[in-house]
Design a binder for this molecule. Structure first.
Ligand code: HEM
Length: 191
């Protein structure tokens, strides 16, 4: 059962620092093109909202945060990436999970471990990974995408400090007859 009314009293562990609205204008996207790549400077807003906790099979307790990420090209202000999903923390297992969906008919569930360590500057670094070959942390995509623009791997590193959030994502896409390393990174400030 999701306890929305208790969201404020819940301990979100390493995810606690995410809750809020973040903006950043130092984004760099490297994306595939038939004849090579395109480099897109961008700005974005990410909103993380507390959901509460959920108990699975009366055993596993996950605390959950929902997010929405809206990314705009600096060159023309158009939204060119719109992503949503959840971050989950399983305190007992020490496991972090990110689920995401992008409107290209691609979804994934990425996982990683977090041992409670804090960096010298007080920040927390989380890493999650998903792969087509991994049955636990897996990627799901439409038949068209499987055939023409297949995501085979995803890695996400995120560094959370009181008022700063930095991330770097590497998405491997099998497209135009080659394996393309699609990357995105940005630094955001709490609103
Ligand atoms: C800040 C995050 C991201 C931005 C700004 C971004 C941007 C882009 C851009 C500009 C393209 C090229 C589109 C085109 O040429 O029409 C692209 C392609 C693609 N992206 Fe992303 N992307 C992001 C994250 C992701 C993530 C997280 C995934 C999947 C896990 C993903 C999967 C893909 C795939 C499969 C393609 C190939 C489709 C195509 O080019 O026709 N992207 N992305």
């Amino acid at each position: 059962m999701i306890l929305i009314d208790q969201a404020i009293t819940i301990d979100y562990g390493p995810l606690a620092g995410l809750i809020g609205t973040w903006r950043g204008d130092k984004g760099i996207d490297i994306a595939p093109e038939p004849d090579g790549k395109e480099i897109n400077p961008f700005y974005e807003t990410i909103t993380f909202s507390a959901v509460g906790d959920v108990t699975n099979a009366e055993t596993q307790v996950l605390v959950v945060i929902h997010y929405r990420q809206i990314v705009q090209r600096k060159s023309n202000d158009k939204v060119f990436h719109d992503e949503t999903g959840y971050w989950y923390w399983d305190d007992q297992a020490g496991v972090i999970i990110q689920s995401l969906t992008i409107p290209r008919a691609v979804s994934l569930l990425a996982g990683g471990n977090y041992d409670g360590s804090v960096n010298d500057d007080g920040s927390v670094t989380l890493e999650v990974n998903a792969s087509e070959a991994d049955q636990d942390w897996h990627i799901i995509q439409s038949p068209f995408m499987q055939k023409n623009a297949r995501t085979t791997k995803f890695q996400h590193l995120i560094n959370i400090n009181t008022n700063s959030l930095k991330y770097s994502e590497t998405t491997i896409v099998d497209i135009y007859g080659k394996e393309f390393v699609h990357t995105d990174q940005n630094e955001l400030i709490r609103e």
